[in-house]
Design a protein around this ligand. Sequence first.
Ligand code: ATP
Ligand code: MG
Ligand code: MG
Length: 549
Amino acid sequence: EPTQPSHFVRRHIQEDNASGRFGGKVVTRFPPEPNGFLHIGHAKSVCLNFGMALEFGGHCNLRFDDTNPIKEEAAYVESIKKDVRWLGFDWGDKEYYASDNFQQLYDWAVQLIEAGKAYVEDLNADEIREYRGTLSEPGKDSPHRNRTVEENLDLFARMKQGEFDTGAKVLRAKIDMASGNLTLRDPVLYRILKAPHHRTGDAWHIYPMYDWAHGQSDSIEGVTHSICTLEFEDHRPLYDWCLDALDVHHPRQIEFARLNLTHTVLSKRKLLQLVKEGYVDGWDDPRMPTVSGLRRRGYTPESIRDFCERIGVAKSNSTVELGLLEFCLREQLNFIATRVMAVLHPLKVVITNYPEGQVEELQAENNPEDAAAGHRTVPFSRELYIEQEDFMEDPPKKFFRLAPGREVRLKHAYIIKCEEVVKNDKGQVVELRCTYDPETKSGQAADGRKVKGTLHWVSAPHAYDAEVRLYNHLFVHEDPDDIEIPASINPDSLEVLKDCKLESSLKEAKVGDRFQFLRMGYFVVDSKYSQPGRPVFSRTVPLRDTWAK
Ligand code: ATP
Ligand code: MG
Ligand code: MG
């Protein structure tokens, strides 16, 4: 484990522990809105919130911020729980829903009205915006700002009972129409929405806004440190105002910079668009930056946590290279992935001096990085496949692979020499006729002469004919948020290879199993397209960062 660089969130918690502000307790929360699947940006927030709680011996709540029934679904709740668990975090029985607080939030709103700190507004959204003013000019008071407490109580109760149409009225906090912080110019606390909620059904016709629901939910749950992203910095005075007005437990809001990644969109709106319009095969498409997409792509939870640790926590927004995420993954896969041989673009090789019908079971090391991984046997026979790109008829000097008259070593096997090139009537190379040197078997005492190139190969009669899927970035541009979908989408982000020749042991591979295909990258058995006994492989990541400039 790398030593953790310290950061301001940790320092704030340490300060509060030292001053006894929360009696030494640390309670955080991860508060997703169930309106989509979690993505790598959420993973950063998960790691930070659960990480701080674990580090300080506290706990982290999983809170569903389910205050907008129009976009939320129970299926998203389930996917979020699965993903947080998969990332390696446990919220125990600390599972909360903002919607469970609807009655309390309503009662508190009534309390605000009674204290003269909130009023019912009839202006529509455009008018409210106009009256709010701008940073350079103060706002104007709404004509409804000075309604009496009685009138406000009556109207608010009737809003709740469903007497008014969606959008007809809102409840606003009465704060300061001249504030230098626009958020404090009488923010909206409640709106009318005639929409059923996935948990509360038809019970409510009004729903609290984020600013009214979030801080109070933090308070109800006994949260001590409410960690959120930078765009809520302007909302902090409002967060504090609400809790002060109610005189209830008052957590500390701390903001950090959200994660942005090159070649990646992280807005749920855009991710939903990719799914809905069919640019990907679902929220868990291996090209998606969702936690479920990364899982299907072959990412490990450890590598994602490592990434979140390395990028750290900052107070100003920046964009992280996607290559760093891939680096963290390779670091781990190098230790855990079984090495196998797979030929993605096959070229037939016949060993003319190898006896017909003979099969040798060669010993192959499963992982040179892990002695405990052991060995397996790999069949060798007269007919093999090698990679098309490992042969050149007229090679440059530095081409250390196969060419007419040249020798290479076959991994775990023998040195072979290319004697003859067979072409079809279009002049394409379709087969190589080679000889092998029986004295050069890998691992033998007389290992023979040195040759520069070592190729992977697969025995033709034993090969498992498989589909292999190769992925590229979904977006070619470094900052795809600058361009609209679909113009921003890489038309070549998926390459499906239909007749790859894989080492026979791979036929037994199970969904989620991870391998290094020698020289070709790390691969995983895909959960969507595999059939029992017919695994389909997806490339998780190439062996080297081919995108680095
Ligand atoms: P979107 O803008 O895509 O709708 P969101 O922030 O509204 O995302 P939420 O479900 O509200 O999505 O997010 C849950 C938590 O995850 C919040 O605390 C939010 O700040 C955090 N979060 C979301 N996106 C990122 C990101 N890119 N980097 C770090 N934290 C994030
Ligand atoms: Mg959102
Ligand atoms: Mg949000």
